[in-house]
Design a protein around this ligand. Structure first.
Ligand SMILES: Cc1cc2nc3c(=O)[nH]c(=O)nc-3n(C[C@H](O)[C@H](O)[C@H](O)COP(=O)(O)OP(=O)(O)OC[C@H]3O[C@@H](n4cnc5c(N)ncnc54)[C@H](O)[C@@H]3O)c2cc1C
Length: 310
């Protein structure tokens, strides 16, 4: 157990009691979390983690909440947001060192402007460096794991640097998921002026395609399902193509709708609840299982759920 006084005495940043997670997720959905903690700086974040560990209070770190579905009943324990506490970065020669709370977009754009390649195609991903590492975020043929040379985590209260070759990355997953990721070092490729201009053009084209193929003007969490592995998927179709083939684009439950522009994205048209999104997830999965014999796995992370319906 932890008392509110102890929490407020220990943490110098902001601590909000019963904060709605709607404000902190890109889907704009979610109930209240017991303690929403926005530490002032890295030391403050480490102190908060130490306190929660000592009191055995469950906690989770989040970045921009762009890959999260939070239960309508909220989250027990604490949500610790990294944006302010771990928000610094620096570039030395061709190495980027970034705190976990830094927006991925910012460093992807900045490093390309410095003629450093390797992150530029990730500019359309609205998360933080920490979220990108935990998820092994990727787009248009680039994944963050391609350039990660080390990750710093908090290990029993002490910062520890883990070399890239000791970390297992897979499709939208990383062996350090569940750890407290403080930051990462990334080795980038020095580009000639001509190569930088070419990549800049390719990025702009990719961002343009995104703005047409994704429902960016509605709250959403990007792809709901992972694309199935080729071994168990004779159709060769991606998750969105399968859901589309089942005729589910536009399907609505409450305020949640399977996007007309991308069937692997669910949008919140106003007052959607997590239960609405979960119903669409289960319906899509049932149809895909019937038509293709494939069970889709979630790419989004669930917070506050004890079990899913499917
Ligand atoms: C419009 C849109 C487009 C998107 N396009 C893409 C895309 O092209 N490719 C792609 O891969 N993803 C995409 N996403 C999904 C999402 O942006 C990525 O998964 C992103 O990396 C999540 O970062 P975040 O900071 O928002 O993480 P959050 O959503 O806050 O958290 C995601 C997971 O990471 C964990 N986490 C976050 N920070 C830390 C930390 N410091 N330490 C430990 N664990 C941590 C959380 O606990 C959670 O499990 C898209 C999302 C949206 C809304």
């Amino acid at each position: 157990m932890i008392s509110t006084e102890e929490l407020l005495d220990t943490i110098r940043g902001q601590v909000l009691l019963g904060e709605s997670m709607k404000q902190h997720t890109s889907l704009r959905i979610g109930g209240e979390v017991d303690f929403y903690v926005d530490p002032l700086d890295r030391d403050d974040l480490c102190r908060a983690v130490a306190l929660f560990d000592a009191r055995k209070l469950p906690y989770v770190l989040i970045g921009r909440g762009s890959n999260l579905l939070v239960h309508d009943g909220g989250v027990r324990g604490a949500v610790i947001v990294t944006s302010r506490a771990l928000g610094g970065y620096s570039v030395r020669k061709n190495t980027l060192m970034a705190g976990a709370g830094v927006p991925l977009r910012a460093v992807a754009a900045k490093t390309l402007a410095l003629s450093l390649g390797g992150l530029e195609m990730l500019q359309g991903i609205p998360g933080t460096v920490g979220g990108a590492v935990a998820m092994n975020a990727g787009a248009h043929g680039q994944e963050i794991s391609d350039v990660v040379s080390w990750i710093e985590i908090l290990d029993n209260g002490n910062p520890r640097v883990i070399p890239g070759d000791e970390i297992a990355f897979g499709y939208r997953c990383c062996s350090l998921e569940g750890s407290v990721i403080l930051g990462a070092g990334m080795k980038l490729e020095k580009l000639s002026g001509a190569e930088r201009d070419k990549r800049d053009r390719l990025c702009r084209e990719a961002l343009q395609r995104r703005s047409i193929s994704q429902p960016l003007s509605w709250p959403n969490a990007g792809s709901i399902f992972r694309n199935p592995r080729p071994e168990g998927n004779p159709s060769g179709l991606g998750a969105g193509q399968m859901i589309d083939a089942c005729g589910l684009k536009g399907l609505r439950k409450g305020g949640a709708v399977i996007s007309e522009s991308h069937a692997n994205v669910i949008i919140n048209t106003g007052e959607a609840r997590a239960s609405d999104v979960m119903e669409l997830i289960c319906t899509a999965n049932e149809h895909v299982r019937k038509m293709f014999g494939v069970s889709l796995e979630l790419e989004i992370k669930l917070l506050g759920f004890e079990q899913t319906c499917c």
